[in-house]
Design a protein around this ligand. Structure first.
Ligand SMILES: [Zn+2]
Ligand SMILES: [Zn+2]
Ligand SMILES: [Zn+2]
Ligand SMILES: [Zn+2]
Ligand SMILES: [Zn+2]
Ligand SMILES: [Zn+2]
Ligand SMILES: [Zn+2]
Length: 292
């Protein structure tokens, strides 16, 4: 991170002179001391945080080096601090390619403002940590919060939404494979319904289903079926016609019985019961036969 606020122990930087100066070494952590404290007993330097954790661990404040009582016997070493802050170091991102070298006191500014290889939070606020130099590419190509156009339907939304199944499962232009067996067609979702109306692999009924052919087949086989089944279809048609005729024959014809007799006697003639249609009304004709 840019700053090492709250960091424990000395500085872990790589020094340009190759070795850490003995003069500023903390005698606890052996790194260059951070917030150097000098003890009056033996003149050694310790990091402030190292002294504090040593005190906690040993439950007394004694010099870790010569074991003398330390309360009130150490001070903030301003001279050492100045020397330490001026030590030359490499940027902590040297491995990523940063060429920067400078004093310890300047590295925080370098990292937080200019180091191209420092990881910083995405400027779009997606939460990702990205190297400063990669930020533009991240925002353009990767960032889940960037506005993008769906590559299929050109609608705009966050990359996260437009590339999610939430959108793709209903994107009207998303290419979908026809779900009819053996059909290899891949078509935009919105054209699926239209395709099904003409898909050669769609299962359809024989065009003579209304006269009783129950065959189902792929649309592409329909023509052949019609050609091959002429005789069968003809038979079905004949049977259908016969049935229709039977229905016509079945219509009721009444015969007026004892017509003359009833007429002379001025009587009613009653027909037998009949139905207006199968499962229709049940009726009976009553005819008054009068002399005229
Ligand atoms: Zn230390
Ligand atoms: Zn000492
Ligand atoms: Zn750098
Ligand atoms: Zn982002
Ligand atoms: Zn889309
Ligand atoms: Zn198809
Ligand atoms: Zn048929």
């Amino acid at each position: 991170m840019a700053t090492e606020v709250g960091a424990q122990g000395g500085y872990r930087y790589t020094f340009t002179d190759g070795e850490t100066s003995q003069e500023y070494q903390c005698h606890i952590c052996t790194l260059v001391a951070r917030d150097p404290q000098q003890v009056t007993c033996c003149g050694k330097i310790y990091c402030k945080s190292c002294l504090e954790s040593s005190k906690k661990k040993r439950q007394k404040l004694t010099c870790p080096d010569c074991n003398k009582q330390l309360t009130g016997k150490y001070f903030e070493d301003m001279r050492a601090e100045q020397g330490i802050k001026s030590l030359e170091i490499y940027c902590t991102n040297t491995d990523s390619g940063c060429q920067w070298m400078g004093a310890i006191k300047d590295i925080d500014t370098h990292l937080s403002i200019s180091c191209p290889y420092q990881q910083v939070p995405c400027t779009n606020g997606c939460g990702a940590m990205v190297q400063r130099i990669e930020m533009e590419a991240h925002v353009t190509d990767d960032c889940q919060r960037s506005l993008v156009k769906c590559q299929h339907c050109q609608r705009e939304g966050s990359r996260q939404l437009m590339t999610s199944n939430n959108h793709l499962n209903k994107c009207p232009n998303y290419p979908v494979r026809c779900n009819n067996d053996e059909c290899e067609e891949v078509i935009p979702r919105r054209l699926q319904a239209a395709h099904h109306m003409t898909c050669p692999k769609a299962i359809v009924a024989c065009e003579y289903s209304n006269i009783g052919c129950n065959r189902k087949m792929k649309r592409e086989e329909k023509e052949e079926h019609s050609r091959e089944s002429v005789e069968e279809h003809l038979q079905l048609a004949v049977r259908k016609i016969e049935k229709l005729e039977l229905k016509t024959i079945n219509s009721k014809v009444f015969r007026l019985t004892e017509f003359l007799q009833k007429k002379t006697q001025n009587k009613f003639w009653n027909s037998s019961d009949f139905y207006t249609s199968p499962r229709g009304y049940r009726m009976r004709l009553r005819n008054h036969l009068s002399k005229s």
